[in-house]
Design a protein around this ligand. Structure first.
Ligand code: ATP
Ligand code: MG
Length: 390
């Protein structure tokens, strides 16, 4: 009996004329991610991607684990592909469901008949299938309100498909379908979550990190690299730009008023990130800023940060509580890495009394005490690039 993984689209299904472009992108992302799970054949019909294992040793469980992280997928159903003949459906379908049905007590049936030429109507299918399940598994009871499992039978164009487990996908749009953006990735909790959220909207996310050795350690950098690694199941391949920031921070310390250190530092980060955007064609920046979290995240500070950027700055966690951000961080498994206690360049030379209400004219005046341009150019030249593969 042929088993297939059915992947149902989320939002893509609602797209109009350009739906195919989104489908192509989703399938391309899926193929890339499943490469290491063995050989599969891919086809698509009726807002579904069918993934058929081509050999015995194809790792279906592994494939499903990967599919659970891919954006653009609403649901995943590992199903038996059956001929559209009622006797065959029952004969082959009942043993196929044994693993699941033998260890539950209640079930219900959910039948979908998109092939209107199939001779039985949906209510008849539901009733007949329910009866067949009860005779094959007499320990079961029907519970339409709160069943342990729902057996799904779909009569589609070429075959019937039966399964007893519909796994939720991540939803969102296929990564790459909304363009390229550059994430300012610190070692903290927020920025990895920000990456996840924007990748979910179809952005292809690469990351830029500012490090200030010897004030920040090799371990701190390894931690950020580990975060990149942990984001790849969701974001796909990530190009990582590591910027040497020490000289710039020292110049800042030696030449600018202390209360402006943080805001100027953030603006310098923005300027370097903008240079990379221009060179490598990223259309937006992403940060993990959230209103009110720290001194650099007041409205006025954010406004001054924004003025240093020509491209839009996306802050998907801007209105979230730390608790909500932590919940996502735990779910995507970045939390444990984020809380490792290594320093970030943001905590180097932090002022005792940072300006919480900076005004752009004053910030610019404070910046004018030193010509940062040559140092910014130099830092961009010295960027180290590393690629993380999904
Ligand atoms: P996070 O938890 O993401 O570190 P945070 O609460 O610590 O955020 P800040 O340290 O003020 O807040 O940083 C705000 C944002 O600035 C981060 O979310 C990140 O996008 C960016 N950022 C901070 N430090 C760095 C860094 N060293 N390299 C790149 N981006 C950084
Ligand atoms: Mg931080």
């Amino acid at each position: 009996m042929q088993e297939v993984i059915m992947v149902k689209y989320g939002e893509i299904a609602l797209k109009g004329l350009n739906k195919h472009t989104f489908e192509d992108m989703l399938i391309r992302n899926i193929k890339r991610r499943l490469k290491s799970c063995g050989e599969f054949e891919y086809s698509r019909r009726q807002s579904t991607v069918y993934i058929k294992p081509l050999s015995e040793d194809a790792d279906i469980d592994g494939a499903i684990e990967r599919l659970k992280c891919i954006f653009g997928i609403a649901a995943i159903q590992r199903s038996a592909q059956l001929p559209k003949n009622w006797d065959e459906i029952v004969k082959l379908g009942m043993p196929y469901l044994e693993d699941v049905l033998s260890c539950v007590k209640t079930f219900k049936v959910d039948a979908k008949r998109s092939d209107k030429a199939f001779p039985m109507k949906t209510p008849d299918i539901q009733r007949e299938l329910g009866g067949a399940i009860l005779s094959a598994y007499p320990h079961l009871k029907v519970d339409v309100h709160n069943p342990d499992v729902t057996v799904i039978l779909e009569i589609r164009d070429t075959h019937a498909f039966i399964n007893a487990e519909k796994l939720p996908g991540q939803g969102g749009m296929p990564v790459g379908s909304s363009g390229n953006a550059l994430l300012l990735l610190s070692g903290g909790i927020d920025s990895p979550v920000a990456a996840y959220m924007m990748a979910k909207r179809g952005l292809n996310v690469d990351a830029i990190h500012f490090q200030s050795p010897p004030y920040t350690s090799e371990r701190a950098l390894m931690k950020v690299e580990e975060l990149c690694e942990k984001l790849t199941p969701y974001c796909g391949d990530i190009r990582f730009y590591c910027v040497p920031f020490t000289e710039i921070q020292e110049a800042l310390r030696d030449n600018c008023p202390e209360e402006y250190f943080t805001i100027i530092m953030r603006r310098l980060m923005m300027k370097i990130a903008n240079k990379i955007c221009e060179e490598k064609d990223y259309k937006a920046l992403i940060t993990g800023e959230s209103v009110g979290q720290v001194a650099s995240q007041t409205l006025m500070a954010l406004a001054c940060t924004d003025k240093a950027s020509d491209v839009p700055v996306f802050r998907p966690v801007i209105g979230m509580d730390k608790k909500e951000i932590v919940e996502i961080a735990r779910r995507i498994d970045t939390f444990e890495t984020s809380i490792l206690p290594y320093e970030d360049c943001c905590t180097v030379f932090t002022p005792k009394h940072p300006k919480t209400k900076p005004v752009i004219s004053e910030v610019e005046e404070a910046e004018a005490g030193f010509d940062f341009a040559p140092l910014l150019e130099k830092a961009v030249k010295e960027i180290v690039i590393k690629d993380f593969k999904a």
